[in-house]
Design a protein around this ligand. Structure first.
Ligand SMILES: *[C@@H]1O[C@H](CO)[C@@H](O)[C@H](O)[C@H]1NC(C)=O
Ligand SMILES: *[C@@H]1O[C@H](CO)[C@@H](O)[C@H](O)[C@H]1NC(C)=O
Ligand SMILES: *[C@@H]1O[C@H](CO)[C@@H](O)[C@H](O)[C@H]1NC(C)=O
Ligand SMILES: [Zn+2]
Ligand SMILES: [Zn+2]
Length: 469
């Protein structure tokens, strides 16, 4: 799947800006003021009009609210509407405020019964009724699987959770804003409007990868209907920002399982569900599965995720592998960027795939025997391209493949340490930068200078993810 948004986050930010704010007569500064003011009013309970009045002395509640928002999203707590803060404010999201990092809504509202009912009061014109019903029931199933709750659809009478697609102002004091921006909102458990979920009819609702997948948004909103607040965990379903994910294989992340079970207790399933949890960039024990450069970016693979590090961007971005490449498996084991062919090769077991930019090339996966590996080699630990050669690391052995002749160099495999003195054990991941091989072994990386022919630096792996701990 290729998308401009993914390749060029900065450009997409500018596009978002221009889309969200077509032609206005205000100066850019006034636009910023309005973005910040309305965002903080909506999601951080900033009193109305506070931003303009508070700016003059700079110590106002606005600074505190900005800091609170920056803390929630893990941004630098500058208290200023800097670029990364404004960028975050442009992202499509849920309309429910971010109350801070409570998993459970303050006051702990919850349903007293577990056999809940729902009713779809008003359908969208963007999808067939059948597709809406499937998306909604699948979204409830996500929560049913992880808790003792059951959800029954009714078509008459008052349900616990009423579902409707509305446009603009729809009588609950929380108007929708047209395409993008706020996608939906839901109310905490309670009588009347309590538990109800509303979706912005002006969004394009889909059942696939395109924005916005109804199942994913509904599953998030129903978390609110059940008593959960926003989570600061970027992979949690209850994170306030929309993120496209593979809907057919969606599993509820661990953070949300913990949240729902904290309210309603464990699942009635004999086997308790477990979900993915985010690898923490600053876990000092963090190790990588594979690393590759890609046209100036560096991709760090770990389980179901990868981090992207862009040379011009300060932040490192964590993503699901399945979000970028639905056809790829989790747990990529080795990767390299072939600068002759402008392709990235990814390995798992005896299979490999080729990527052109962010697209998988047709005809893959292929078998690693194409490189001339004997059948005794069943998986590659790490790989790197350098000057027309691919260096493959398998256990304590190094193989060298000649890209021009398309064959393994004679005399290989050799012991890794005989070519790279000091690299004594299995290599998890390796990439090349400025004639230095960066070997990742467990939680440390070893910089091996190819001209000096020695290790020049050993540091924690997670420094590459901006961690200084
Ligand atoms: C800053 O301005 C706000 C709003 O006008 C006011 O409430 C607050 O007391 C002011 N703070 C200082 C330090 O002057
Ligand atoms: C839910 O369960 C309670 C207690 O078993 C029962 O009284 C009630 O009728 C049930 N409601 C529905 C909608 O099934
Ligand atoms: C946070 O601030 C520090 C110091 O001002 C800066 O070096 C760093 O790049 C900032 N981080 C982000 C993510 O903007
Ligand atoms: Zn939400
Ligand atoms: Zn509403």
């Amino acid at each position: 799947m290729f998308s401009l948004t993914m390749l060029l986050p900065l450009l997409s930010f500018l596009l978002h800006l221009s889309r969200a704010f077509p032609v206005r007569w205000e100066s850019p500064e006034e636009e910023t003021t309005q973005v910040v003011q309305s965002y903080l009013e909506r999601f951080y309970q900033l009193p109305r009009g506070e931003y303009r009045s508070g700016r003059s002395n700079g110590t106002s509640v606005v600074v505190d609210k900005l800091r609170e928002m920056q803390r929630f999203f893990g941004l630098n707590e500058t208290g200023k509407p800097d670029e990364e803060t404004l960028e975050m404010m442009q992202k499509p999201r849920c309309g429910v405020p971010d109350n801070g990092d409570f998993m459970v809504t303050p006051g702990n509202p919850r349903w007293k019964h577990t056999n809940l009912t729902y009713r779809i009061l008003k359908y969208t014109t963007k999808l067939s009724q059948e597709k809406v019903e499937t998306a909604i029931s699948t979204a409830f199933q996500v929560w049913a699987n992880a808790s003792p709750l059951t959800f029954t659809k009714i078509s008459q009478g008052k349900a616990d959770i009423d579902i409707a697609f509305y446009e603009g102002d729809h009588g609950d004091n929380s108007p929708f804003d047209g395409p993008n921006g706020i996608l939906a909102h839901a109310f905490q458990p309670g009588p009347g409007i309590g538990g109800d979920a509303h979706f912005d009819e002006q969004e394009t609702w889909t059942t696939n990868f395109e924005n916005y997948n109804l199942f994913l948004v509904a599953a998030h909103e129903f978390g609110h209907s059940l008593g959960l607040s926003h989570s600061t965990d970027p992979v949690a379903l209850m994170y306030p920002i929309y993120a496209a994910r593979e809907p057919s294989t969606y599993t509820l992340p661990q953070d949300d399982i913990n949240g729902i079970q904290a309210i309603y207790g464990p699942s009635s399933n004999p086997v308790q569900p477990t979900g993915p949890s985010t690898p923490t960039a600053c876990d000092p024990r963090l190790t990588f599965d594979a690393i590759a450069t890609l046209r100036g970016e560096i991709l760090f693979f770990k389980d179901r995720f990868f981090w992207r590090r862009h040379p011009q961007m300060p932040e490192v971005e964590l993503n699901f592998i399945s979000l970028f490449w639905p056809a790829l498996p989790d747990g990529i084991q080795a990767a390299y960027e072939d600068l002759d062919k402008d392709l990235v090769f990814l390995f798992k077991g005896s299979q490999y795939w080729a990527l052109s930019g962010y697209d998988i090339e047709p005809g893959y996966p292929k078998d690693i025997s194409n490189y001339g590996f004997p059948s005794s080699v069943r998986a590659i630990d790490a790989a790197v391209y350098y000057r027309g050669e691919i260096f493959f690391f398998v256990n304590n052995q190094l193989w060298r493949y000649d890209n021009q002749r398309e064959s393994m160099q004679t005399g290989y495999p050799k012991n890794i340490a005989s070519i790279f003195p000091g690299i004594e054990s299995r290599v998890d991941a390796v990439f090349q930068q400025n004639h230095v091989f960066l070997f990742f072994i467990g939680p440390a990386y070893y910089a091996f200078d190819l001209s000096a022919h020695r290790i020049t630096r050993v540091q924690r792996s997670n420094r590459w993810l901006n961690c200084r701990c």
